[in-house]
Design a protein around this ligand. Structure first.
Ligand code: OGA
Ligand code: CA
Ligand code: FE2
Length: 501
């Protein structure tokens, strides 16, 4: 599954490479001869000195440039926060004005909030972290793409039990509804011609619909997990692929009703195992008044991620998930890509526009395993540390790397669920200036099918808007609301808003 643990200490920085001057200077043995030539050709020795000095300066400039690059890539807090990490002092997570020089915002809010990113160093690297007084945790790097860590014993046995029972007490609901509603209506409202739909589906615009183009669409839109075999059955049943080449041309596609595939599937009946996600879940509020274990957990997550506590506190509640035997969650991203017009669900209050594109902006996922699973149920990262990421090549005819019921064993990395262990990863890269950047496509992951027993996990997502101004406005709005509430307490409303999630 993972590389063996090879270091315990955090300090394993690579030994400094020898400066170029030493490699270009003559070996000590040659000293007497060198002295002779120095006397003979002083011009030559001066130019030699000049060359060495030039090399030396270039080297120094390179080192400075590298340091500046690392500094801005991590955000200035990251460096100091990493050093402080073994202490349990959380002051470095507070929003500070230490970095005013870095970027004064384009307008309005000063850029004084930074998101430190934990350094992975290399796969298998272990760093000690202090999250609970009197205890030291070990955090192991599992992959660099995505930046992914594992922390055994993050929760105690008792804490796992409490979270599990609280979830049961609250009651769990199906994670995905069986039959997606409103598709018919949507089709009618949009009133698209077959040609328009065809062009929309033809991702690579080659005038043919490849199986993966249809499969991706059905999975995203309907939440039904079609396989290549299912698709063949549908093509046969509907006599859609007349020339039998496995592709649909515009002509072949035009003969079908716009909802033909959906009707075919629904008539045949869809089972839970054919959905993208086959589990039940609930949400647990972690703020003031919540069970102490839930509050402690959130504090620990703040220490673990080293993010400002204000960000963690304004994130989604804890999601507790139960997979029965046979349950699974096919490979997915917890949060979508960001385009200039993309809005985040959590900061909608503070957004000026009502964009049709919305994503959950889950910067970090912290996943806790609440029990030991008898068999199966690993978390898979099919493309972790892959050299390249190509969406189309993930779905091949014989192997579909996104399919966690069939092909979990073929992915690059799997984490075995162990009671109390936490894993966490970044769903977005850094923007190089201490804030959230682009989506990290390598963060693709899923829950392998549980072949024996039941699997319980919990998700803590840390929501951050890649638009700094929007996040800042949102936080300001919430703090204004909270101070109003303090004047006229109306706690119920606040708690309800979280429970609705
Ligand atoms: C999730 C998820 C993985 C797992 O809940 O979003 O990816 O192993 N879970 O259950
Ligand atoms: Ca195509
Ligand atoms: Fe997920």
């Amino acid at each position: 599954m993972m590389e063996p643990q090879d270091t315990i200490e955090e300090d394993d920085s690579p030994s400094a490479s020898a400066p170029p001057s030493s490699s270009s200077s003559p070996p000590p043995r040659a000293l007497p001869r060198q002295r002779v030539s120095l006397q003979k050709t002083s011009v030559c020795s001066r130019s030699y000195f000049m060359v060495v000095m030039v090399f030396f300066h270039v080297y120094i400039i390179n080192v400075i440039a590298l340091l500046l690059y690392v500094h801005y890539n991590n955000g200035s807090n990251a460096i100091s926060a990493n050093r402080d990490f073994t202490s349990s002092d959380s002051s470095s997570h507070k929003v500070t004005g230490a970095s005013d020089a870095q970027a004064t915002a384009d307008s309005g809010f000063p850029r004084n909030m930074f998101l430190p990113r934990i350094e992975g160093i290399r796969v298998g690297h272990v760093q000690k972290v202090s999250l609970v007084s009197g205890k030291v945790h070990e955090m192991k790097t599992l992959s660099l793409k995505p930046l992914l860590f594992e922390i055994p014993d993050f929760l105690s046995e008792e804490e796992c039990g409490v979270v599990l029972r609280l979830a049961q007490l609250k009651g769990l609901m199906e994670s995905q509804v069986m039959v997606p509603e409103g598709q018919e209506e949507l089709n009618q409202q949009l009133n698209l011609s077959p040609e328009e739909i065809f062009n929309f589906l033809d991702l690579n615009q080659d005038g043919q619909l490849q199986p993966h183009e249809i499969l991706t669409h059905s999975r995203v839109r309907d939440g039904i997990w079609l396989t290549s075999e299912n698709l063949k059955e549908i093509y046969d049943g509907l006599k859609a692929d007349l020339d039998g080449n496995g592709l649909l041309s515009l002509e072949e596609f035009g003969r079908l009703r716009s909802d033909a595939f959906q009707r075919f599937l629904l008539q045949r009946g869809v089972e839970r195992s054919q959905l993208v996600r086959n589990s039940r879940h609930t949400w647990l509020y972690q703020g003031q008044g919540a069970h102490q274990v839930l509050q402690d957990l959130r504090k620990r997550v703040t220490l673990l991620t080293r993010l400002p506590s204000s960000l963690v506190e304004l994130s989604e509640p804890l999601q507790v998930v139960r997979y029965e035997q046979g349950g699974h969650y096919h490979a997915h991203h917890d949060s979508g890509p960001v385009y200039p017009e993309t809005a985040c669900t959590h900061t909608r209050l503070a957004a000026n526009t009502t964009s049709p594109f919305q994503t959950s902006c889950r910067y970090i996922t912290v996943l806790f395993y609440l029990n030991n699973v008898q068999e199966g149920g690993e978390t898979t990262f099919p493309v972790a540390d892959n050299r390249t990421y190509e969406e189309a090549s993930l779905i091949q005819n014989d192997v579909d790397l996104l399919d966690t019921r069939k092909h979990c064993d073929k992915g690059n990395l799997r984490v075995k669920p162990v009671k109390g262990t936490a894993v966490f990863w970044y769903n977005y890269l850094s923007d190089g200036r201490g804030w959230v950047g682009e989506q990290d496509e390598y963060s693709l992951h899923g829950g392998c099918v549980v072949t024996r027993g039941t699997k319980w996990v919990a998700n803590n997502w840390i929501n951050v808007d890649p638009d700094y101004q929007r996040q800042a406005r949102y936080q300001l709005l919430v703090s204004q609301q909270e101070s109003q509430e303090q004047e006229q307490p109306n706690l119920d409303q606040h708690i309800e808003a979280h429970q609705d999630l």
